[in-house]
Write a protein that binds this ligand. Structure first.
Ligand code: TYM
Length: 335
């Protein structure tokens, strides 16, 4: 399909509060890339339904996430930022792609295995077919590039496989998307257990830095971060996962290389290092906090963007869906 500019697509679940893992692994890269692409960013509220949500908290969180995308530097007049549930083509193509995705492929997904273990009382069909809906999100916009963290790589692989399968039967319908992973920070680890990914839903509050955390909380959590007894700021993921994770965070946030970070803290203790990482993160999030407050104080601007962008997303995605219907032989609608 001929396009003037390449298309970038990504999104986050609307569950819980965004973390610096989401920020470093995804949002920061979106901001860096957004000028070069035609961008679509979803707040993936339908995906969030695979886990039970408290309706009021869910609605508030989803809006906060939308606002944080904007506050991080994505201009909603230039980037199509919308709620997945406002654009019905997602669920429609999701169903069609369910019919092109094999049980064996879905069975292999680590996110499905992890979430099933965590929510053993609610292993629902949506949790299982989650990747087909995610494939629909991406393929509807003919996306070329999908900037995500390392944990979403498997889902993107399924998306590519399903798209190639569909194209091999029906011709050139979908663009095959490529993943984009930051050189550093594609997998930010928990501060409490650096062998585990930092996650929104960690029960240990010290494990995760949330984008809404204030300066004191951020610094306190970094001070408590689990490291080792070696007392040397050196990058070694296997033997020093905690320190290596902090080096990753520090170098992404400050733009300094790992080597320069090691040099900067040569001969210094972990106390100094942890404080410096905490302060750097707090400094980086400070403008974002201010912008979020500003945006939340005037609902009309964000409301207008939500409305306009849902219309745009529907318009663009409907073109792909119509093409899919035609290729499949679904009866044309009479208008
Ligand atoms: P979600 O909501 O779990 O995470 C949103 C983005 O943040 C990245 N991420 C991380 N990166 C580095 N370190 C971490 N600790 C970390 N935790 C999360 C994720 O990799 C992701 O890029 N299935 C997706 C949402 C989705 C989507 C899409 C993404 C639905 N449809 C279409 C891209 C395109 C998810 O659960 O992300």
């Amino acid at each position: 399909m001929e396009k003037e500019r390449k298309v970038l697509y990504s999104g986050m679940q609307a569950t819980g509060r965004l973390t610096i893992g989401n920020y470093i692994g995804a949002l920061k890269n979106w901001v860096n890339l957004n000028e070069e692409y035609d961008c679509f960013f979803g707040v993936m509220d339908l995906h969030s339904l695979t886990v039970r949500q408290n309706p009021k908290e869910f609605r508030d969180n989803a809006r906060l996430i939308y606002t944080q995308y904007v506050a991080a530097g994505l201009d909603p007049k230039k980037n199509c930022i919308y709620f997945q549930s406002h654009v019905p083509t997602h669920a429609e193509l999701g169903w069609i792609l369910d019919c092109f995705t094999y049980m064996g492929e879905l069975n292999r997904m680590t996110q499905f295995k992890d979430k099933s273990a965590k929510h053993a009382d609610n292993i629902n069909a949506g949790l299982f077919t989650y990747p087909a809906l995610m494939a629909a999100d991406i393929l509807l916009y003919q996306a070329d590039l999908v900037p995500i963290g390392a944990d979403q790589k498997q889902h993107l692989e399924i998306c590519r496989d399903v798209a190639m399968r569909f194209n091999s039967i029906y011709g050139d319908v979908f663009t095959i998307p490529e993943g984009f992973f930051g050189k550093v920070g594609a997998r930010i680890m928990s501060l409490a257990d650096p062998t585990k990914k930092m996650s929104k839903s960690d029960e240990n509050v010290n494990a995760t830095i949330y984008l809404v955390d204030d300066r004191d909380t951020i610094i306190r959590k970094f001070k408590k971060a689990v490291t080792d007894s070696d007392a040397c700021v050196r990058y070694d993921v296997e033997n020093k996962p905690g320190v290596s994770n902090l080096i990753d965070i520090y170098s992404v946030i400050t733009g300094k290389s790992k080597e320069d970070t090691e040099k900067e803290f040569e001969g210094k203790g972990y106390g100094d290092f942890k404080l410096a990482v905490g302060e750097a993160v707090a400094d980086a999030l400070d403008p974002l906090h201010k912008k979020v407050d500003e945006l939340l104080s005037d609902r009309t601007y964000i409301d207008e963007c939500i409305k306009e962008n849902a219309e745009k997303a529907y318009y663009v995605s409907s073109k792909t869906l119509r093409k899919v219907h035609k290729k499949l032989g679904l009866t044309e609608r009479i208008r």
